[in-house]
Design a binder for this molecule. Structure first.
Ligand SMILES: [Zn+2]
Length: 572
């Protein structure tokens, strides 16, 4: 009954510009007949993110859902003899935060380079691992680091890795697209100057024609790394705890989580069945790299899954595809900056030929599934839009929650095409981390316009935020800081014209917009009666805190389905 209650009358609540005292709206949603609540929260500043951007003082919770939202006075009416009463002491409450593009939180069992700040730090970490290695072992790093964090702002060379590991193979995994090998590793997999990279991949050479050790995108297939240890329920639970500490209550998993996606999905379901989930998951099947409609049909059939199966804890949404590389292989219509442009001939990588990609997309659409696609460069975006338009001509995709991941670069007419198709954009704060690399690969002018968020929003597109963790750390407050300021970790402000001044707009991208992307806007994404009681009490006022202080924000407490899943040390 609660879930179906109209949420319409919060319109009477105070709207933004905000009177701060007295005259708060009546409790929206509940009536006296609803009886006492399980818990009430009063005396706070509650950003509801409802249609009117209302700010309330409190809310009541019953059976894991918001029962009523409104003034403290109105909410106190729901207090019964067993109701837990929480005085927020003026603290800010926001809907549970969401990460629209999350793989894992970083870390892992390889070498940890996340805190390296120079090439010397990288070499020290490699050297330590080599000393401990057993004969025949291959040294592998975790992927959650980027050369932009290093003083030198470049990757180590194979020859530099050789100085600390002349004989033991070393493979540094960098984000989702690059591997950096030392000479022993290059020998192990027989990669030489003469090796022809697979289509959609590249083997980097220096100005002297020698291998640098970096290989990327489809060339990664030349290396077959030892399989990571199997993922366990404990891994899943540890990840949830880390995210809950930042107020995160939902994540969208685009094709890759910790291990094999189908096994991960079973683990998530197992954790749900045993009541251990404190995070909600929307999962996409991995179809990155598939070029054959028959193959995708078989993969989907073998998964035994259906789109939208699951519940509010773990659900399947669609298939994740990809057409180009990342920072070093995003497919552009204009060549890369020199020397990466190779004399104006390098435009990035096409991981799946356009005709094959279109055929796969049409096949998925015919099967009644939705698609989301990784596209970094504007040429990649053309490929995706061509395919989506072809699919749309057969069975309309508009309103079916099809999406594009990343969209670093877009031309104006492409934005019009995205809008016409009703496609949703899933963007992240890669620029915050990797600005100097983007400038190096694409030139400063292009890098400054990476992820033109303001343009997207001004064009009326539905845009969802995220981090692509572990590529970028999963901290949602860093993401808001970056999009609010366009500041970067190591290279100052890029493209100030793309700043999004309204922090509420940015918060919407990781709350209600996320819920619209996953088709769950009726059950979550805002603090409104009838919705799941997912919310976070924050350390600071996200609307007014000085921008710089956003970087240090955290959750004081996080609730999922009305249940406390995190409380900061020292928070009463
Ligand atoms: Zn990703």
């Amino acid at each position: 009954m609660i879930a179906t209650r109209s949420i319409g009358f919060s319109a009477i609540c105070l709207v933004w510009a905000g009177l701060l005292a007295g005259g708060w709206c009546e409790a929206a949603g509940g009536t006296a007949d609803d009886g006492p609540a399980d818990a009430v929260f009063v005396n706070g500043k509650v950003l509801t993110v409802n249609a009117h951007s209302s700010i309330a003082q409190g809310f009541a919770i019953k059976d894991g859902h918001f029962l009523a939202v409104g003034s403290s006075q109105a909410i106190r009416r729901y207090i019964g003899k067993n109701t837990k009463v929480v005085d927020l002491g003026g603290r800010m409450v926001v809907p549970g935060l969401c990460d629209g593009h999350f793989h894992d939180e970083g870390g892992g069992r390889g070498i940890d380079l996340s805190m390296a700040r120079s090439l010397a730090d990288v070499l020290t970490a490699v050297e330590a691992a080599v000393k401990k290695a057993k004969p025949g072992e291959i040294i592998v790093s975790n992927s959650d680091w980027h050369e932009a964090q290093l003083k030198e702002k470049r990757l180590p060379l194979a020859t530099e890795l050789d100085t600390v590991s002349p004989n033991t193979p070393v493979v540094l995994v960098r984000g989702g697209h690059s591997l950096i090998l030392n000479s022993a590793a290059l020998r192990t997999w027989r990669i030489t100057k003469d090796t022809v990279p697979p289509q959609g991949g590249a083997i980097r050479k220096g100005p002297d024609g020698e291998l640098t050790g970096e290989i990327f995108d489809n060339a990664k297939r030349l290396v077959d790394l030892p399989p990571p240890p199997p993922v366990t329920i404990d891994d899943v639970l540890a990840t949830q705890r880390k995210l809950n500490a930042f107020g995160i209550t939902s994540v969208r998993i685009p094709g890759g989580y910790k291990g094999q996606l189908l096994q991960d999905y079973q683990l998530l379901k197992q954790a749900r069945n045993s009541g251990q989930l404190t995070l909600r998951y929307t999962v996409y099947l991995p179809g990155f790299g598939v070029r054959d409609p028959a193959r995708i049909r078989e993969m989907i059939a073998n998964s035994g899954l259906k789109p939208d199966e699951g519940d509010e804890w773990v659900r399947i949404d669609g298939v994740k595809l990809g057409v180009d590389g990342g920072f070093e292989g995003g497919h552009m219509t204009k060549p890369y900056a020199e020397p990466y442009g190779q004399g104006g001939t390098f435009y990035g990588l096409t991981l799946v030929p356009p005709a094959a990609f279109t055929a796969v997309v049409k096949e998925i659409n015919r099967m009644g599934w939705r698609v989301t696609t990784h596209a970094v460069g504007d040429a990649a975006l053309d490929e995706v839009l061509d395919a989506y338009e072809a699919a749309n001509a057969e069975h309309p995709i508009s309103g079916q929650r099809w999406a594009i991941e990343h969209a670093f670069i877009a031309r104006p007419e492409q934005i019009a095409r995205i809008k016409k198709l009703g496609v949703i954009l899933s963007v992240q704060d890669h620029l915050y981390l990797a600005a100097p690399s983007m400038a190096k690969y694409w030139g400063l002018e292009r890098a400054r316009q990476v992820t033109p968020l303001k343009t997207y929003l001004d064009s009326g597109l539905l845009v969802v935020g995220g981090t692509d963790s572990p590529v970028v750390p999963f901290n949602p407050f860093w993401e808001i800081y970056h999009f609010n300021t366009r500041d970067t970790i190591s290279d100052g402000v890029y493209g100030p014209d793309q700043r999004v001044v309204s922090r509420e707009t940015l918060l919407r991208m990781i709350t209600i917009n996320y819920a619209r992307l996953t088709g769950e806007e009726r059950i979550k994404g805002s603090i409104e009666p009838g919705k799941l009681a997912d919310f976070a009490i924050l350390s600071d006022d996200i609307l007014t805190v000085p921008a710089r202080d956003l970087l240090n924000m955290k959750a004081l407490a996080t609730y999922v389905g009305g249940k406390e899943v995190f409380r900061a040390a020292g928070y009463p």
